[in-house]
Design a protein around this ligand. Structure first.
Ligand code: PMP
Length: 748
């Protein structure tokens, strides 16, 4: 427990006097500035900062910002902006202001003068019309062409310059800036929290609740409400009861009630304003519940209650958990407001960026209709539409869709179907599942049975069913005495003979087409997939293509099988199916397989399998929206130049002394780190080289997750070039720092 300056006890989640908090904030800011100066001096003197953790440079800190909107025009937005500005300044906080759209009046000028802001007016209010009209009318009359990107640029500049930028809207959330571009759209593009200003008095409940509801509908985050008193009347029951009523109904806190401040301009009564308002505004919440860098309760509760997947929890105890609270586009944001580029698409799932308005909206619309109803014995529209769509976009020969809820089950269902298909047909000896070495198909016992990664799978050996593992190249290290491409050919020939010889036993071969993901981003050379398809066909062995990782554009086409015109007997989909929003999986198969289950009920040949949330309507709605974004935004077309760009940018990694191999297929890339490049000798796993690279990248605001010593790059397909550049730059530097050496001078 910390002692504050006044000797009072202060726990993270105690309710504290806002003024104490502001003192802490001011201290925190001056400490930040001192640290900044120290680091500059250290750089000037060629000295080194003590890294945190290992080798980290000080984080680039961005200022905070809040958007001030109103329930109506004239409810006191500018007064609230002015008051907040004065109170924050009083605490030593550097305040910036912005009024992106101003129609009539001089709010921006007034705030600039009041707060003595030095920024140019053209930056503070980039779009200004003289007429006091709705912006879409005023701009059209005055031939002003509104450009959201100009607002965004100026906003980001101001935000970086100041500790807190107060952005004031015009009118309310649904005010059109252009015919089809509302104030709410601008707020969403700015990715900023909102304070709703409401009039204090009778009749305010409806307006305020409607505004908050609309903000939520539009995906905006409402920080709180500030009420503003517009006349010097004595406060009656409505003034007293409305704020708590609204707060209770909307689940949004009241951040303050500003009393009537009189007719004088605020700039003439600054001291009185501060005096009257400092005890009635909760500046702590305006600033943000958890100031940057300050540890909150979440990290502790995480350690206390959560068992994390694929994580050695003993190590986790020493780590500082990163608690994510929101995400937009290619960025994740933690509870302290720090942003991170999502370099692995939140475990290979995100496609069009976080918080995509169409997918958000589709889920919300579906919630209003139906959140869940079972597919066991009933059906619903979203699952029907999605099944139809999946059949349309997948290769010819895939006609039926069986839903489940994750990648492991999608594969396990295919395995069970393939097995039972032969049983139903009376070919009862065809029970064996074949898979490739380095394969990964999930973590349930069925999918572990067909896994080929010792580290993950060996321990469960006695728990899982017997399968046939077929040796398959990793296309980087051929066994001693062998060489590529001869070794690839040798493996395929061996596979052919095994499949032929054991065709009476083998029910199906399970593969990850083109890229074996978790096995280390192993990319197959062209033609291998097609050969495997032919081999299975000839031996009457069913082919299960696990496209859980490769599906939905990852390899540059909608499905990896398309690259070689392959149609499998089963196609397993999950991860990107919902754009990375909700858990949903699908196993597609042919009419032939389906017919192999259609018998009389008494024959007991039904496929007895079904998860409770199979084909959940919300998930299906997200998946349908995901697929329409592919069409509307021409995601796959736009991806092609980005793939080439990534390919070019990855070239320089190969020059690094400890980079053994760089592999890429579309937007899936793996950089394998080795102790010795010439002999391809791997690092000892105990050195945790991959983990350390990712830890360093995190200190620079980039989230990566390794596969052993392979650094995976798998950003959302929607990522911009500059965001991609940042990920690549940080990854390169991280590898250099951790593996310790720069490229050889000859090649640099
Ligand atoms: N198959 C493949 C190819 C995968 O990459 C994964 C997950 N990484 C799975 C199956 C399992 O998916 P889930 O984690 O959703 O069960």
């Amino acid at each position: 427990m910390k002692q504050d300056k006044r000797g009072k006890k202060n726990k993270d989640n105690d309710v504290v006097n806002p003024l104490d908090i502001l003192d802490m904030m001011a201290e925190e800011l001056s400490a930040k500035r001192r640290a900044g100066r120290k680091s500059k001096q250290a750089q000037q003197h060629g000295g080194k900062e003590n890294p945190r953790p290992q080798g980290a440079e000080p984080k680039p800190r961005h200022g905070r910002a809040v958007f001030i909107t109103g329930t109506d025009t004239g409810v006191g937005k500018t007064i609230v902006a002015g008051v907040l500005g004065l109170l924050l300044q009083k605490k030593g906080i550097d305040v910036g202001i912005m009024k992106p759209v101003q129609c009539g009046g001089d709010d921006a000028e007034m705030l600039q003068q009041l707060l003595d802001i030095k920024d140019e007016l053209a930056d503070i209010r980039p779009f200004q019309a003289k007429s006091a009209l709705s912006p879409h009318v005023a701009f059209r009359r005055e031939r002003i062409r509104f450009q959201p990107k100009d607002v965004l640029e100026k906003y980001h500049t101001l935000k970086q310059k100041h500790d807190m930028t107060l952005v004031e809207g015009a009118g309310g959330l649904l005010v059109p800036i252009e015919e089809k571009y509302l104030m709410a759209d601008l707020i969403r593009a700015l990715d900023i929290e909102v304070i709703v200003v409401a009039r204090l008095g009778l009749g305010t409940i409806n307006h305020t609740l409607l505004t908050i509801r609309q903000a939520e509908e539009k995906g905006l985050r409402v920080k709180g409400i500030i009420f503003s008193e517009s006349a010097p009347h004595p406060r009656g029951l409505p003034e007293k009861t409305n704020p708590p009523t609204i707060s209770r109904i909307a689940h949004v806190p009241v951040l303050g009630i500003i009393p009537y401040l009189g007719p004088e301009p605020l700039k003439d009564i600054k001291e009185q304003v501060v005096d009257k308002c400092r005890r009635v505004i909760n500046l702590r919440c305006v600033w943000g519940a958890q100031p940057e860098g300050q540890k909150g309760p979440w990290e502790n509760w995480d350690k206390k209650y959560i068992w994390h997947p694929f994580t050695q929890m003993k190590d986790w105890k020493q780590e500082e958990p990163l608690v994510i609270q929101k995400a937009r586009g290619a960025y994740l944001e933690d509870v302290s407001g720090q942003k991170y580029l999502d370099g692995v698409s939140s475990l290979w799932v995100n496609v069009h960026g976080h918080g995509h308005p169409l997918i958000d909206q589709a889920i919300k619309t579906q919630i209003n209709q139906l959140s869940h109803s079972t597919l066991l014995g009933l059906s619903h529209k979203p699952s029907i539409s999605l099944a139809k769509k999946l059949v349309e976009i997948s290769s010819a020969g895939l006609d039926k869709v069986f839903f489940s809820d994750n990648g492991s089950t999608a594969v396990e269902i295919a395995v069970k179907m393939a097995y039972q298909y032969w049983q139903n047909k009376g070919q009862t000896k065809k029970t064996l599942m074949a898979h490739l070495s380095h394969s990964y198909h999930g973590d349930t016992c069925g999918s572990v049975s067909i896994g080929g990664i010792d580290l993950f799978h060996k321990v469960y050996q006695k728990l899982v069913f017997q399968t046939l593992e077929i040796e398959f190249p990793d296309f980087y290290r051929a066994p001693e005495g062998k060489q590529y491409p001869d070794y690839t050919e040798e493996c395929l020939t061996r596979m052919e003979s095994i499949l032929k010889r054991r065709r009476h036993e083998i029910a199906a071969l399970v593969i990850e087409p083109l890229v074996q993901g978790a096995g280390g981003m192993i990319v197959w050379p062209e033609g291998v997939l097609k050969r495997i398809r032919e081999l299975c066909y000839r031996s009457r062995i069913l082919l299960i293509a696990d496209e859980v990782a490769t599906g939905f554009g990852r390899t540059g086409k909608m499905f990896a099988c398309e690259h070689e015109g392959v149609s499998p007997d089963f196609l397993c989909l999950a991860k990107g199916l919902t754009g990375g929003y909700l858990p949903l999986a699908a196993t597609l198969t042919s009419q032939k397989i389906f017919d192999g289950f259609c018998f009389d009920y008494a024959d007991q040949k039904t496929f007895f399998h079904g998860h409770t949330y199979t084909g959940n309507p919300l998930c299906c709605a997200a998946a349908l929206a995901n697929l329409s974004v592919f069409e509307q935004e021409q995601t796959l077309q736009k991806l092609q130049p980005k793939i080439k760009y990534l390919e070019k940018a990855l070239q320089k990694f190969s020059d690094l002394l400890h980079v053994g191999d760089v592999r890429q297929k579309g937007f899936m890339a793996g950089i394998e780190l080795v102790r010795d490049k010439r002999s391809k000798k791997a690092y000892d796993w105990k050195e945790k080289v991959g983990i350390r690279v990712c830890q360093w990248a995190r200190t620079q605001g980039v989230i990566l997750r390794p596969l052993g010593h392979v650094i995976v790059l798998m950003p959302p397909l929607s990522i911009s070039r500059s965001e991609m550049d940042r990920i690549l730059e940080v990854t390169y530097e991280a590898i250099v720092r951790v593996t310790g050496r720069r490229p050889s001078p000859r090649r640099r």
